[in-house]
Write a protein of this length. Structure first.
Length: 272
């Protein structure tokens, strides 16, 4: 976020005269000239309207994405806790049985191919066939005729997985993010047209002040958009949960690896 904002501020400050001349020529078809106070007032009203639309859309997008991110954190904590409970129950109920190792392998496959895969679309993870579902395989191994004691734990874990997949699913379409960038650019365009022209009669201090203010506004808009974009992206970035998830399941993965090697643990002596 800081790198993008700083880069846009620097480019905006250095390219301000060229941008002003380019867009003036593009919109009017003539070289830049001074405009009347009526036109300045009209452009100012356009700037106010664009700023209002941008603030409403950006504020609603941020609120929605932040709520989605919070729901994802809660869903992941609940799902990891339920996965740990399933592993402990498998260790207690199935230890010593022929399918014990297969049940642990299915839990590890669930963690590696489902719980960790925040980068894959949730609809694809949810659409897998029952034969490819490691939780379904655990039910098949532990149930003969009637559901076993593991059934309720697996059923609860599936509900937690559904909550997580629903929280990861993007609620805002890419067109809304693109619209926010367009509205931010229109704000900067209006600000360019309202700025005094670079001519021989314009004081240097005023020109420097306008360039600095334009660069600050451009950097602030980019910072706002990058924060919203970070929240919109499911993995990577400062606001996402992939780093927290790695820490959360570290103990689960370590204990699974140790149990697959044949080690056993009491309630008070778990792997470091």
């Amino acid at each position: 976020v800081g790198l993008w904002s700083g880069s846009v501020m620097l480019v905006g400050y250095l390219m301000f005269p060229w941008l002003q001349k380019f867009f003036w020529t593009l919109l009017t078809g003539s070289s830049p000239t001074s405009i009347s106070s009526d036109i300045q007032g009209y452009i100012g009203n356009v700037l106010v309207l664009m700023s209002l639309v941008f603030s409403i859309l950006a504020g609603n997008s941020y609120t929605s994405l932040y709520g989605q991110n919070e729901a994802l954190f809660c869903a992941l904590f609940a799902e990891v806790s339920e996965a740990k409970a399933l592993m402990e129950q498998i260790a207690l109920v199935c230890s010593g049985r022929p399918f014990y190792r297969s049940a642990l392998e299915n839990i590890r496959r669930y963690v590696a191919r489902d719980l960790r895969r925040l980068d894959r679309p949730p609809s694809i993870l949810c659409a897998c066939k029952p034969r490819d579902d490691p939780l379904e395989s655990i039910l098949y191994l532990t149930s003969v005729g009637v559901p076993s004691a593991v059934y309720e734990t697996v059923r609860s874990l599936r509900q937690r997985r559904g909550d997580r997949l629903g929280a990861v699913q993007r609620k805002l379409p890419p067109v809304q993010i693109g619209l926010l960038y367009v509205l931010g650019g229109l704000n900067l365009l209006s600000l360019l047209l309202l700025s005094p022209l670079h001519s021989a009669g314009t004081p240097v201090l005023e020109l420097r002040l306008c360039r600095a203010l334009f660069a600050l506004v451009a950097g602030a808009l980019m910072m706002t958009m990058r924060v919203i974009h970070e929240l919109w992206t499911p993995v990577g970035g400062a606001y996402n949960v992939d780093g927290v998830l790695t820490v959360m399941i570290r103990g689960l993965e370590d204990e699974l690896a140790q149990r697959l090697k044949g080690r056993t643990f009491s309630d008070t002596r778990l792997p470091p």
